[in-house]
Write a protein that binds this ligand. Sequence first.
Ligand code: UDP
Length: 412
Amino acid sequence: MRSLQAYEPIVGPAVLHQLWQLADNLQGLKVVHVNSTRTGGGVAEILSWMIPFMNELGIDTSWEVVEGNAPFFAVTKMFHNGLQGNQVNLLHHHIESYEDTNRANAEKLRPVLEEADIVFIHDPQPAMLMHLCPNRRGKWIWRCHIDASRPYRPVWKYLRPFLETYDASIFSMSQFSRSLPHPQFLLAPSIDPLSDKNVNLPDEEIQATYKRFNLDPGRPVLTQVSRFDRFKDPLGVILGYQLVKKFSPVQLVLAGGGADDDPEGAEVLREVNEAAKDDPDIHVLLLPPDAHRTINALQSCADIIIQKSTKEGFGLTVTEGLWKGKPVLGGYVGGILLQVINHHTGFLVNSPEGLAQRVRYLLNHPEMIRTMGDKGREFVRENFLLTRHLREYLTLMTGLRRGFSSRLVVAA
Ligand code: UDP
């Protein structure tokens, strides 16, 4: 694993110095993060670098993953969809599966969780654990990574009593925060610029990727990387691409894999393959969970990155695309609005027609592709690299240890 020092050429020495200063007060603190998958999706992506760097900073940090069976993940996907506003049919056996699985995990994790000074619980899957750890001695924080601004009422009504007892919660945007009786913090996600997913690749590797996936480097490439999830709207991307295709010989890459805690992927992938089947210029790629370098290379091959989500907690794939110096066409939703600054780092779109119009505009103005791409990379350097994220976590933990006198909100 790299040391934090490796980031100095990217962020400068002052940024690293500040991290060490902040960590000074937190030496030896026991911190546990809990989520529901070690691979796939943005949360796992973030925790995989955050845990080692927090340890390097002297904070005793561990990562626990709740275990569950298929019915449990079907229910938590219903919670996920319900919190993002979809109507779901929550039945008694769903609740039972959720609660039984949380109880079984609590049995296993209780000693480490009750001992910790600070516990971060990510998303709804393990949210009940706090309730099941009555002898906890630390502060417990619920970190919500999804757009819970307009949840489906019955789902929120069921989860709310578990969430209310937390000492604080964290959301990615103010619009997502809920009325909860504790301090709420705003903290945007980030990427690791030196990871396999984001490090600058040699040109030969990018050229080899065109070849490997049968892409023509002489024609424009549009790329969306995402789990096969309806909120990511892969079918809308295909519709937009088909409109562009009437005027320009574009190629489309839809690359994604599953996440252990996402049971709907196979069905969405089937729909996408069906929609793409007659067109050799649509490349639907099902990638293994550790294909980070391949994803990097595919994003680097793209002329334009797309993230046409209809709901999006943040959208690390947007950050990744901007960091590669590409304009991003993103859905006009959620955390994409923090990153795609309309007309500057990309364009916000509401429909396949809007997507097609913006793609055509960019293809006709190649100089805009370059200037937007440059702006996007600098925008990420300023706002969405892991050093800023670590700084905010350290600040938050310092505040939690000292106690807050009022309802503070820390803006990113
Ligand atoms: N990702 C991946 N393999 C895939 C699809 C996605 O490694 O097949 C990564 C992607 O590069 C990004 C993260 O998973 O780092 C997805 O995070 P995002 O916030 O965009 O969406 P989420 O999946 O959390 O809704």
